[in-house]
Design a protein around this ligand. Structure first.
Ligand code: SF4
Length: 308
């Protein structure tokens, strides 16, 4: 990131200033995205341009050549140089927030034992949400939607474990939310995260009821998936997940795939993405790196955090 106020030389030799937050992101050989979000400006520049901008940090690197004056003039036109003071975006909320979306974390239970589970699901004390708690969340957003005069509520189900492991509460709470939404003349959208190890009845219910779609964890090539996403008995789970995906595809159901990539899988990532895109109809693939924090790094991070 190139930040703060960098001096540059105007064609008439008076001092110019870069007075905006500025980022340079390498994209390929000799090409960079130069991005000034608060000026709503983004452009592709070459190494020379980036060096020119970076060199302005250090007065010794100033260069008053015709070329650099042309670059400076261009930056002024974009208000990256010599612009008015930045308008920092500020969100002002007044009163008490009245959300119309609720995300219910239904359980810490899970039918898998992924090696990299962020929640240590299945191995932590079992906690499951009761219908009464789910109802409280749903009643809260319903009340807000009526008061806000909005026409839609959204109910999401997420982890801490596998949400479908608390299946009865998932179904009961969603059916309750839908009945109440209809009673108030509201629309409803539901969605869930899932590991995709589901029964056919569950898959069919999801297809018929959760219009907002599913975020499904699947690591691509079956060999990669099975390396880390194992059942309680230690078997790979790819076969079951692929079955779920095929049922979604057959029904033209909307789902996204979430790939977790570990250090030992990174080499295979392009093949995994290719495998997903050429075999299934998912609309998006989200890749999330899994990083194991060693104790030393954790301590370092904590030390950094305590500085703020
Ligand atoms: S499916 Fe999700 S919650 Fe279950 S063990 Fe794997 S990462 Fe954890």
């Amino acid at each position: 990131m190139l930040n703060n106020q960098f001096n540059m030389v105007k064609p008439n030799n008076t001092t110019s200033v870069i007075n905006t937050e500025l980022f340079t992101i390498p994209i390929e050989n000799n090409k960079y995205i130069i991005y000034a979000p608060l000026r709503r400006a983004a452009l592709i520049g070459n190494t020379g341009m980036v060096n020119h901008i970076a060199g302005l940090i250090d007065e010794r690197n100033r260069n008053n050549s015709d070329l650099n004056n042309a670059i400076s003039e261009f930056l002024r036109r974009l208000e990256i140089a010599d612009g008015n003071p930045e308008n920092i975006p500020v969100s002002n909320f007044e009163g008490i927030p009245k959300p119309t979306t609720v995300t219910l974390f239904l359980t810490t239970a899970c039918n898998l034992r992924c090696t990299y589970c962020y929640a240590a699901a299945g191995d932590t004390p079992l906690k499951s949400m009761s219908f009464e708690i789910a109802k409280k969340g749903i009643d809260f957003i319903l009340k807000n939607a009526v008061e806000n005069n909005t026409d839609l509520i959204t109910v999401n189900y997420h982890g801490g474990g596998e949400p479908t492991a608390n299946w009865k509460i998932l179904v009961d709470s969603y059916e309750y939310a839908r009945a109440k939404a209809i009673e108030h003349g509201l629309g409803i959208i539901g969605s869930t995260a899932t590991n995709g190890v589901l029964t056919d009845n569950q898959i069919n219910w999801i297809i018929e009821n959760l219009e907002g779609g599913v975020s499904l964890s699947f690591d691509g090539l079956p060999s990669m998936h099975d390396m880390h996403r194992k059942t309680i008995s230690g078997k790979g789970s790819s076969e079951k997940v692929i079955h779920t995906i095929k049922m979604f595809d057959k029904a033209n159901y909307d789902y996204g795939i979430r790939v977790t990539v570990t250090a030992d899988q990174i080499q295979q990532l392009p093949l995994s993405i290719e495998y997903i895109c050429s075999n299934f109809k998912t609309k998006n693939v989200q890749v999330e790196p899994h990083i194991k924090w060693e104790d030393g790094k954790k301590r370092q991070l904590l030390k950094q955090l305590t500085l703020f």
